[in-house]
Design a protein around this ligand. Sequence first.
Ligand code: ATR
Length: 274
Amino acid sequence: MSGPDRYAVFGNPIAQSRSPDIHAAFAAATGQAISYDRCAPAVDGFAAAAEQFFTGGGAGLNVTMPFKQDACAFADQLTERAKLAGAVNTLSNHDGAIVGDTTDGVGLLRDLRDNLGWPLAAQKILILGAGGAVRGILGPLLDELPQHVVIANRTVGKALDLAKLFAEHGYLIGCDYTMLDGQQFDLIINASGAGLAGEQLALPDDLLLPGGRAYDLTYASEPTAFLRWAAPRATASADGLGMLVEQAAESFAIWRGVRPETAEVIAGLRRFMA
Ligand code: ATR
């Protein structure tokens, strides 16, 4: 089939996804001719929809909730970081072989380290939550050699499992929220779905060290519940909009071999959301 190479994002729901706008901006800025659609397969229909997309000549897919594990199983080959994350957000068609990768972790890192300029080496880091998103970000975070990473989760077993899984990559501790009393951190990353569920985690008042920073993996036009908690306590805080654009830039680079500039796209999206 002729025409521009075809890409899409699969998720359910998908109407809220900003990925088509982000990739259109990258394509325009780098002079790449691509098309990029959004699609919501049935929750049990990822493999069939992805098969149809790729046999129809599709070049690549982004994959978001709830399909990141399905995409992992669907791929013919996985990158090392996708294996470690146990999840895939980027599928690429290499002459019929589908390669699965994950760009979430590197996206977070680029935002924290390069865009925001926050220190990570030798820092005491707390992650709230122990779901799929955390599994995706732990590898790249530990590569920055923090002093230690504590994973706190409502279901403590999942935090302990993740700490065990990544034990050889750095110093990690799993716990539940009640065990945070008396602990203090340089950086707290919220990856818990509590805010999305309309709930506020009960966090100790002095959980952030003086000069500490707060990052929420989610984003919204209004500050999240976690960022409202952090506002009087943190010297700096940020939501996950930068990470969203950075993970997309990494996917674009994998597909097109060109790394797009992100600053303008992040600023444009921020204006749009306001
Ligand atoms: P994601 O891909 O965003 O990580 P997930 O794998 O479903 O999604 O994980 C959601 C995370 O948010 C989990 O850590 C979950 O805690 P549990 O493992 O105990 O379920 C956490 N979470 C969701 N709703 C929550 C709530 N109301 N209070 C506390 N934690 C919550």
